[in-house]
Structure formats: structure tokens, C-alpha cells
Design a protein around this ligand. Structure first.
Ligand code: UDP
Length: 486
């Protein structure tokens, strides 16, 4: 039945770190803001599509999830292309399917808005052509969004100075970005990565609005700078909206349903006594680093749940596209005797764990994280302090924010040879789990948890932002004679 409800089309690009926040946004629009929602999931492997993430949305039958048929890029890219190039081309190749699917939607109100993440930008011209509003969803911090908005208009000389003299990058109204935390594209002004990111930044500021998975009280300076009347607001065509913290919500198991073995084990541990160690959907480490983590865990004498992946030399985002790759059935890469010595004290989980459930379990007391923004938010909304171990993308900025500004994490220090030693690892774990310092961090992160809940409640700032987007879509729906046609 055609209704007057606004209809949002969400485009989730490949990688769990992209799919999860888009699905959560879709759920929120559907359940709290009375949107029709269709989510197109672009993926490079069918294992991801069939993953538990999508299955877990099954209780929302009105959330329409469409899997874009997998795209074969084997003859279109050189071997081992950069992550961004692979994601970007997959999206471009998906556009004809998207277009024909959108134009053939007949039984709901015509789509009034397209929401894409940073990799979905190539789909924006199609949406504009079809008369839809366009929004970019930064499933990350306002600070990172602010850097991107500023970058869209920056003088290249400023970027050259940042890269060459290693001066901090001054972002109006926000914390500067230290050279050691800077983004990879900024390291080579004029280079391919730099130009690609610059074009993306220009496309982002030209959209009808920018959504960010954060909230005002978490990042007061950056959100203020980005507002319409803020110092960076003048660079964007549309408004910037803080809509978070949107994190993964897990469907409760039916009464009497089988509980995950890890959760059953956690049920038997004392409150806040277990360290959870995981480096996101893509994070992989070298064999030497895996050994040091194992021995550091032993040295710390703390309980733990550790998600492990087979070692991968020189590629910190090794499993980003396919979290089920590389399972060889053995854990032979762990130090000899480690599993036996830690039996009963810790659990090693190959490849993938139910992170959201582990972090919300009362026995979990700390998270060693690569600082992917979803992981950060999942930790914060559960009041869990962190050891920040950034690997790639904007994770070093996230680690800085957590440790230096918010005081809810201690950060790993790089060591000569590039491998963080077991002594440092054990010391950081004990600082959070045992020392007085950890008590302070725990209480700060619990305050943040409360402020996040407040932002999402009926009169909260993030709820209000999504109401504004709904209003804009309603007005658009009423005013536009829709151009949707094949
Ligand atoms: N995740 C999970 N189990 C794992 C690893 C990751 O459920 O073993 C989820 C995690 O809860 C988060 C997402 O995958 O929602 C990872 O996103 P994040 O932004 O933290 O990092 P990315 O994978 O994008 O680097």
C-alpha cells in the first residue's frame, strides 16, 4: 500500500564495520521515527551477507533488506588493491542494480532520501537524479567528520606543512590532529590517496545533510563547530546531525534457547573480572605480535576472552572483507602450551565472537580494542574502560580521544621493531583492571554511558536530530513531484 510515510534507502558498503551501523540506523528510523526503510547491502562475499548480523534483524519484518548480488572484481583491479579502492569499485559496479531496484519500488511511498556511508558516495548523483534527498552517514566521530569537512576546503599548503614539518593539523573549533595520529591520505599531499579523499570530502559537504554516530555531550567542541552556525558549518551545504550512540542491539534468545558457550562461561565469572580482546572485523596481527599478546595475557594473571585470527604479516586489516577466511581449524600459531596453561582462566575464540553480547555482560571488565568506532561505542554504552590499540583508518584519532581527552582508556605505546612486548601489554591490563587508575576510568566511562542514553531518549539531542531528518523528508515528499521512473 502506498503511504505518506517517508521512505529512506540506506546503502551499506562492504565490511562488517560498515554494514552494522547502517543496519542499526535503519532499525532506529523504522522503530522510533516511523520511516519505511530499505537497506541495500553491498558485499564482496556471500558469507558476510548470510552472517548473523542480518539474521538478527529478522524480528523486524518491515525492515526491507536487499542483498546486492556479489560483484566479481577479479579482472578489474590489480592483485591486492588497497581496501578503499576495492570497496569503491564494488559500489560503482552496484549502481545499475540499485537504480533499477529503487525505480521499481511500487508498493511503498517513493523513496525520499538516500543515506550512504563514505564509500557509498558514487551513488549520490543517481539519487539526486531520481529526486531524492541525499545524506552521508559518518558512522564515526564528529571529530573525524570535522577533519573531513575542513579538508574539503583547506589550502594544500597547510596540508604540506602538516606532512613535511609534522606539525599538528589545526582544525577550527576542534582538537588539533597530531602528526602521529594523522590519516594516511594526509601523508602525501597531491598523491592518489590524498586526491581521492579530497574528492570524497567535497562530495560529502555537497550532500543535503551529514549524519554522525556520536552525541553532543561526548564531543561538545566538534559538534558545535560543525553546526549550521558553527565555524565549520559554513563549509557544508546541509545540516550536520549527531544521531548516536547507535550500537548493535541483539535479539533476545527465545525462552529456553541455547546460550552461547562464551556467555555461559562469562555467567560463572565475577563481575567486571574478564578482559575482552578483539581487533574488529578486519584486524590481524603478525605471528610475533600474537605471541606477545598471549604471553602478556598470561603475565597479567587476569581472566580473558580473546578473538584470534591466523597471523597476517604486514596487513593490519587482513580480514576486513571476509571474516570467515583463513579458518584452518587449529590454533597452532599460539605459543606452545598457552591453551593448556590458561584453561579455565581464559577463552580463545577463532575469528568472530558475539562482541555486543560479551561487552554487555556484567562479567566483562575491560576491552582491548583496535578503536574501530563501533567497538568504541559498544564499549562506552556498556560502561567498559579500554586499552586502545589502534591499527588503521582513523583509529589513532579515536585512541587519542579515548585516552587523552575522555580518560576512559590507556593507550598502547609503539615499541622498537614494531611489536608491542608482553610486559607492556600485561602492565596496561593491570593498570585498568587492578590499579586505582582503572577505578577512575571505569567511573568516567559509566558517566559517558549515561550521557549516551540521555541523548537517545525522547527529549535527547540525538533523538531530536532524527526527528529533524524525518521532517525534512516529509516536506520533501510533499513538495516534490517524484521523478522516479525507470
Ligand atoms: N564484531 C563482532 N565480533 C567480532 C569482531 C567484530 O561482533 O569478533 C563487530 C563489532 O561488535 C563491531 C563491528 O564488528 O560492531 C566492528 O566494527 P568496528 O568499527 O569496531 O571496526 P572495523 O571492523 O570496522 O575495523
Amino acid at each position: 500500500m502506498v503511504t505518506s510515510k517517508p521512505h529512506a534507502i540506506l546503502l551499506a558498503s562492504p565490511g562488517m564495520g560498515h554494514i552494522i551501523p547502517m543496519v542499526e540506523l535503519g532499525k532506529r528510523l523504522l522503530t522510533h521515527h516511523a520511516f519505511h526503510v530499505t537497506i541495500f547491502v553491498v558485499t564482496t562475499d556471500s558469507a558476510t551477507t548470510n552472517s548473523q548480523i542480518l539474521e538478527q534483524t529478522s524480528n523486524l519484518s518491515s525492515l526491507n533488506i536487499v542483498n546486492v548480488p556479489p560483484i566479481d572484481l577479479s579482472d578489474k583491479l590489480p592483485p591486492n588493491p588497497p581496501l578503499a579502492a576495492r570497496i569503491g569499485l564494488t559500489i560503482v559496479e552496484s549502481i545499475p542494480f540499485l537504480r533499477s531496484s529503487i525505480t521499481s519500488i511500487k508498493d511503498l511511498s517513493p523513496p525520499s532520501a538516500l543515506i550512504v556511508d563514505m564509500f557509498g558516495l558514487p551513488a549520490i548523483p543517481m539519487a539526486s537524479e531520481l529526486g531524492m534527498l541525499t545524506y552521508v552517514y559518518f558512522a564515526t566521530s564528529a571529530w573525524f567528520s570535522a577533519v573531513t569537512v575542513y579538508f574539503s576546503a583547506v589550502d594544500e599548503k597547510i596540508m604540506e606543512t602538516h606532512a613535511e614539518s609534522r606539525e599538528p593539523l589545526l582544525i577550527p573549533g576542534c582538537e588539533p590532529v597530531r602528526f602521529e595520529d594523522t590519516l594516511e591520505p594526509f601523508l602525501s599531499p597531491g598523491g592518489e590517496l590524498y586526491e581521492g579523499y579530497l574528492q570524497a570530502a567535497k562530495d560529502i559537504v555537497a550532500a543535503d545533510g551529514i549524519l554522525m554516530n556520536t552525541w553532543q555531550d561526548l564531543e561538545p567542541s566538534a559538534t558545535k563547530a560543525l553546526r549550521d552556525n558553527g565555524i565549520l558549518g559554513r563549509f557544508t551545504k546541509g545540516e550536520t546531525y549527531e544521531i548516536g550512540p547507535l550500537v548493535r542491539t541483539i535479539e533476545a534468545k527465545p525462552e529456553g534457547g541455547e546460550k552461547d558457550a562464551i556467555l555461559r562461561w562469562l555467567d560463572r565469572q565475577p563481575p567486571e573480572s574478564v578482559i575482552y580482546v578483539s581487533f574488529g572485523s578486519g584486524g590481524t596481527m603478525s605471528e610475533n605480535q600474537m605471541r606477545e599478546i598471549a604471553l602478556g595475557l598470561e603475565l597479567s594473571q587476569q581472566r580473558f576472552v580473546w578473538v584470534v585470527r591466523p597471523p597476517c604479516e604486514g596487513d593490519a586489516s587482513g580480514t576486513f572483507f571476509n571474516v570467515s577466511s583463513g579458518i584452518d581449524g587449529t590454533l597452532s600459531y599460539l605459543p606452545e602450551g598457552f591453551l593448556g596453561r590458561t584453561e579455565g582462566v581464559g577463552i580463545v575464540v577463532p575469528m568472530w565472537a558475539s562482541q555486543a553480547q560479551i561487552l554487555e555482560h556484567p562479567a566483562t571488565g575491560m576491552f582491548v580494542t583496535h578503536c574501530g568506532w563501533n567497538s568504541v561505542l559498544e564499549s562506552v554504552v556498556n560502561g567498559v574502560p579500554m586499552v586502545a590499540w589502534p591499527l588503521y583508518a582513523e583509529q589513532k584519532m579515536n585512541a587519542f580521544m579515548l585516552s587523552e581527552e575522555l580518560g576512559v582508556a590507556v593507550r598502547v605505546k609503539e615499541e622498537a621493531g614494531g611489536v608491542v612486548g608482553r610486559e607492556q601489554i600485561a602492565e596496561l591490563m593491570r593498570r585498568v583492571m587492578v590499579d586505582e587508575e582503572g577505578v577512575g576510568m571505569r567511573s568516567k566511562v559509566k558517566e559517558l554511558k549515561l550521557s549516551g542514553e540521555k541523548a537517545l531518549c525522547m527529549f535527547g539531542s540525538s533523538h531530536h536530530s532524527l526527528c529533524e531528518i524525518r521532517e525534512a523528508c516529509e516536506v520533501h515528499l510533499q513538495s516534490s513531484d517524484t521523478k522516479l521512473s525507470p
